[in-house]
Design a protein around this ligand. Structure first.
Ligand SMILES: *Cc1c(COP(=O)(O)O)cnc(C)c1O
Length: 376
């Protein structure tokens, strides 16, 4: 067997002619920054997310950072973030000059636990960043309820969840504003870096647009000290082609997730069981995830990963070290044990191969190998 964790080339092979044509459009236009392709993509992606506005930006981290800046969140402010997430969620808060305040997740869904959010709120709290981790929406109604009670902004980190639905509604329009990443490996990925902010808040969209382009609305007139964080015309042109395929590719991911569930029945427990038990993802009835990652758990995660590697199956760990234990966040002074749920998750999770071009037979072979391990 030789099954890579992710085949990034296959989607582009499928769309080869369309991507070539998109490249030619931009080349022929003679316009490379903030032109028609970005404008069109912004309209198409806003419509896709069922949001009123979309602003293209340089990447996902910048999308979150610029939202915080536009809301005037900065030094002295606190922003609630999940204790288990990709570090970019925290970095956005740090770059705005505010302090990330970690909150432990619901251990079944890996997403923010609304009950714990309330305990972390102080007079300095200004916003909550809810991450839709692994492509599964967070419990947004409950999070929005806590936020409105305390007058906080709710920002979605939707970098892993393009197209996911919560109670029938698309992520990207469930809070005050949302940040998306188009890093190549995401469900909607560019052929390089890219990102976007979606929102129903016209004023916020306008501020992000100005901040992303040197603080300027009219060329060479600078209202505020802005940044250079724009989506390229070329990437927007590619993204427009890939957006047309997103629902089909997400549907394909769902079919593969079902295939995994069908083969990876929680194992019947026998003598000495437990140690090699494999835990499967949990999907609440209101969630319609897009399976950015298919994440299983094992107390013998590292042994399992090696076992699969020996059989030619590529896996990854999302993520091996929680943000609070990264040297980058030594300044916050957290020690091991500060966020035990998150630490346990980081020790036990492992992502199996997943992507729109993985075939069903490969999934059954992977599942057989995982069951072989759990029965051994
Ligand atoms: C990928 C990712 C980001 C950052 O996106 P970039 O485009 O790489 O800057 C932020 N948050 C989460 C949860 C992500 O997975």
């Amino acid at each position: 067997m030789n099954i890579p964790f992710l085949d990034l080339k296959a989607p582009h092979n499928e769309l080869c002619a369309e991507l070539q044509a998109a490249f030619d459009r931009v080349l022929d236009s003679g316009w490379y920054i903030l032109g028609n392709e970005v404008k069109q993509f912004e309209q198409e992606f806003a419509a896709y997310c069922e949001a009123e506005h979309c602003v293209g930006v340089g990447n996902g981290l910048e999308a979150l950072h610029l939202i915080l800046r536009a809301y005037g969140i900065g030094p002295g402010d606190e922003v609630i973030v999940p204790s288990n997430t990709y570090i970019a969620t925290w970095l956005a808060v740090s770059y705005a000059g505010a302090t990330p305040v970690p909150v432990e997740p619901d251990e079944r869904t890996y997403n923010l636990d609304p009950l714990r959010i309330e305990l972390a709120i102080t007079p300095r709290t200004r916003a909550i960043i809810a991450v839709h981790l692994y492509g599964q929406p967070a419990d947004m109604d409950a999070i929005n309820a806590v936020a409105s009670k305390h007058g906080l902004k709710v920002i979605e980190d939707a970098a892993q969840a393009h197209g996911a639905r919560y109670k029938g509604r698309r992520v990207g329009s469930l809070g005050d504003a949302a940040g998306f990443s188009f890093y190549p490996g995401k469900n909607l990925g560019a052929l390089g870096d890219g990102g976007a902010v979606t929102t129903n808040d016209a004023e916020l969209a306008d501020k992000v647009r100005v901040l992303s382009n040197y603080g300027s609305r009219i060329k060479y007139h600078n209202e505020v000290k802005g940044f250079n964080s724009r989506l390229d015309e070329l990437q927007a042109a590619f993204l427009r082609e890939k957006l047309k395929k997103l629902d089909e590719w997400n549907t394909r991911r769902k079919a593969l997730a079902i295939e995994y569930f069908n083969h990876l029945s929680p194992r019947p427990l026998g003598e000495g069981a437990g140690v090699r038990e494999i835990a499967l993802p949990f999907v609440p009835e209101w969630a319609d995830p897009v399976w950015h990652l298919f994440v299983v758990r094992s107390q013998q995660r590292d042994v399992l990963q090696n076992y699969l590697a020996e059989r030619g199956i590529g896996t990854m760990i999302h993520y091996p070290i929680p943000p609070h234990l990264q040297p980058a966040y030594a300044e916050l002074g957290y020690r091991e044990g500060a966020f035990p749920i998150s630490e346990r998750i980081h020790r036990e999770v492992m992502s199996l191969p997943m992507g729109p071009h993985l075939d069903t037979d490969a999934v059954s072979s992977i599942a057989r190998a995982v069951m072989g391990f759990s029965r051994a």
